[in-house]
Design a protein around this ligand. Structure first.
Ligand code: UT7
Length: 328
């Protein structure tokens, strides 16, 4: 096995204070706790308030990483934010975070790969470290999806939640680090999961507000099928590249969209569910932030221990899918 070039160093996360249960949704939509739990595994999600912007959530997650690692904002050479629900469309979310942190020496930019964004951003960060472009790259994934979902659409509204997670990528001084990574997309399937309006093709106007085209639209059943296939492909590719099999993996941290997709992915990779980190029940689908929040939780509760091999995999709009095996 090749020695890893870059490692993930320190973790952090922030989830909003407000917890919204399935029962609360059943008071505003034609849905039920039973339907949501049985079809998705979600029991509750976090909803960010007006004072919990992406910038604030990302800053809170980043500050935990800085505390973990002993770095200061001035030690950061680059700052990458993965998000599909930025506070504003210009400038990047990363530049707003840079200003809040006072990371004056860093280059800052966003990566938009929807739910796969954190893994794409980690891979870009690894490349920057490998090219000697940066020593310390802060990677933050943050989402405020509850502001871009249609609260009147039961087929999407019950699925999403808000939050942020973070880590630093640096050159590995040991055997710890990224053993393999895999990124893939299929842009021909974009319209199965997208926001039709609000961009340059359909700029904001009165029609946009009335037809709800500003919000996330999803063909759930089709996306589900593609997600199961793509997550399986992602696991296969990352394992193959690392020269490993599912039996070598100590913990799988998959994108948390639906417990049934997670179970199918674990089964495909040959992993029992006790080797899979699940928090979709408490946070719902937080898109790019999903794997990042789960990673921080897994570290903080002791599920992910030094010496373990962890595999990440994710799937999202685009379609995009990705995976990574990391020696922790
Ligand atoms: O983050 C990455 C991208 N996203 C995903 O990976 C999500 C992928 N998709 C899914 O997780 C699932 O497809 C959903 C959870 C979105 C839907 O579950 P499903 O088992 O595929 O249900 P369905 O869309 O086939 O709908 C079954 C029924 C429909 O009623 P009819 O036509 O059978 O009468 C829906 O109208 O369930 C109905 N339904 C609901 N009922 C109660 C849809 N949403 C709800 C709801 N409450 N919230």
């Amino acid at each position: 096995m090749k020695r890893p070039f870059a490692e993930l160093w320190g973790t952090g996360s922030y989830t909003p204070k407000r917890v919204m249960t399935n029962d609360e949704f059943s008071t505003i939509l034609d849905t039920s706790d039973q339907w949501i739990r049985e079809r998705t595994g979600i029991r509750e999600r976090r909803v960010a308030g007006p004072d919990e912007s992406n910038a604030c959530m990302a800053k809170a997650a980043a500050e935990q990483v800085l505390k973990d690692t002993g770095l200061t904002p001035l030690d950061l050479d680059a700052l990458i934010v993965a998000t599909c629900s930025p506070d504003r469309l210009l400038p990047s979310q990363a530049c707003d975070l840079q200003a809040l942190l006072g990371a004056k020496r860093a280059a800052a930019f966003d990566v938009q790969a929807a739910c796969t964004g954190f893994l794409y951003a980690l891979s870009v960060a690894e490349g920057m470290v490998a090219a000697d472009q940066a020593q310390h790259v802060l990677v933050v994934a943050t989402e405020k999806l509850t502001t871009i979902m249609d609260w009147s659409d039961r087929t999407t509204a019950v699925l999403f939640g808000d939050g942020a997670g973070a880590t630093i990528v640096r050159r590995s001084p040991s055997d710890r680090g990224i053993l393999s990574r895999y990124l893939k997309s299929d842009g021909t399937l974009a319209e199965l999961l997208y926001r039709p309006g609000g961009g340059a093709a359909h700029p904001p106007d009165e029609r946009l507000l009335k037809d709800h085209s500003y919000f996330i639209k999803m063909a759930g059943r089709e996306v589900f099928k593609a997600a199961v296939l793509s997550m399986a492909d992602a696991c296969d590719q990352a394992l193959q590249q690392a020269g490993l099999t599912g039996a070598d993996i100590d913990l799988l941290i998959p994108h948390q969209a639906n417990i049934r997709i997670i179970e199918a992915t674990a089964k495909h990779a040959g992993l029992p569910m006790d080797k899979v980190y699940v928090n979709v029940d408490r946070f719902g689908n937080t898109s790019a932030a999903s794997v990042a929040i789960a990673l921080d939780e897994a570290v903080r509760c002791g599920r992910l221990q030094p010496g373990m091999k962890v595999m990440f995999c994710a799937f999202g709009a685009g379609f995009t899918w990705a995976s990574m095996v990391v020696q922790w």
